[in-house]
Design a protein around this ligand. Sequence first.
Ligand SMILES: Nc1ncnc2c1ncn2[C@@H]1O[C@H](COP(=O)(O)OP(=O)(O)OP(=O)(O)O)[C@@H](O)[C@H]1O
Ligand SMILES: [Mg+2]
Length: 397
Amino acid sequence: MAATGFAESGADLELDGIRKVFPGFTAIDELDLVIPAGSFFALLGPSGCGKTTTLRLVAGLEEPTQGRILIGGKDVTAVKPHKRPVNTVFQSYALFPHMSVLDNVAFGLKRRRVADALGRAHEALRLVELDHVASRRPAQLSGGQQQRVALARAVVNRPALLLLDEPLGALDLKLRRQMQLELKSIQGEVGLTFLHVTHDQEEAMTMADTVAVMNRGRIEQLGSPQELYELPRTGFVAAFLGQSNLLPATVVSNAGGIVTARTAGGVVAVPESRAVATSGEITVGVRPEKLTLSGTQPEPDASRNVLGPGRIVDASFTGASTQYIVEIPGIGAITVFEQNMVFGAVFSAGAEVWVSWRAEHGFGLDAAAKAEAATAEEGELDTPAAPAESGPDGEAA
Ligand SMILES: Nc1ncnc2c1ncn2[C@@H]1O[C@H](COP(=O)(O)OP(=O)(O)OP(=O)(O)O)[C@@H](O)[C@H]1O
Ligand SMILES: [Mg+2]
């Protein structure tokens, strides 16, 4: 049914207990995911974490070792790729070089003998603002324009689910940002379900309603971009999505909704509601832009955490803000972003400073967070997530 009809709107996608084992390698450890119809969902993670494998499973290009895939409530696990209501835009967009832009976009429709294929193709080209180049060949377009044609070619089929695997990877930064906004507005206009894969955290946060951060074949955390950024639940998420200062600490009390913990540079407080670990050894995290620098010791204030004095070892002007690295005895390097404003102190390398933040801006992670953060900063994951099982269910065709 699905492959012949056009979707009026998006469909839910459900991954239920998915596991994918390649010979000798577990690419997806355990994946449970529900993407509601009509949403723009981003799967974000470092190279090798299993993003493309996830898309290929949904598209039917790989078979799961275990688990079920449902689209619009129907189990499609055993359905052939071309029978699934899914279109994929791969990073290499592979347009037919000998066909015009219009024929490229109309190709799928014509093959399925859809009425008014050319009319629909023009409509899709208008959506990506390229109808004026409909008669050109792909080679006569820029890379970014070709990418938009690939998008039109996918959208024109009105798949209930559109899979995008780093579709903007070939574009330079400026065009990339522009296309991110366009893609988002196209999704809003057509109302389909988009599953967008990227390793660019800014891209995921700009475009998606919901972001899932993936690490070694598992989803670490899922939520709105704001939720993930403001309240990371693991060291990996805290370091992969933006930057975080992470301080090892020992809890000294937990009362009245406030967890108080001793760091090597003094006692700090975190709201209990913002902490995943509330006893024993924990990690206190705070984003660099939440920190304030002062040249004199701030007055004691129960709602502010203060560390210092420390010394500025680096001050880098980046235009909109200045990035400071402050070395605090016992703690180490703390990163601070200060917005550039007309009024406001400017510090130079060597200056003595105190670092402070409102207690409600911090978050509490478990003791392993700092080590997890280090893996996020390394980027590439080339070590296996888990030893692959060999056995009768070890391989899918
Ligand atoms: N056919 C295969 N056989 C064995 N291992 C595979 C196969 N396909 C992928 N893998 C491995 O599975 C892991 C996940 O690969 P995948 O392509 O899903 O990563 P990714 O998250 O898309 O990374 P990138 O951001 O680099 O595209 C990688 O370690 C990869 O080497
Ligand atoms: Mg990939």
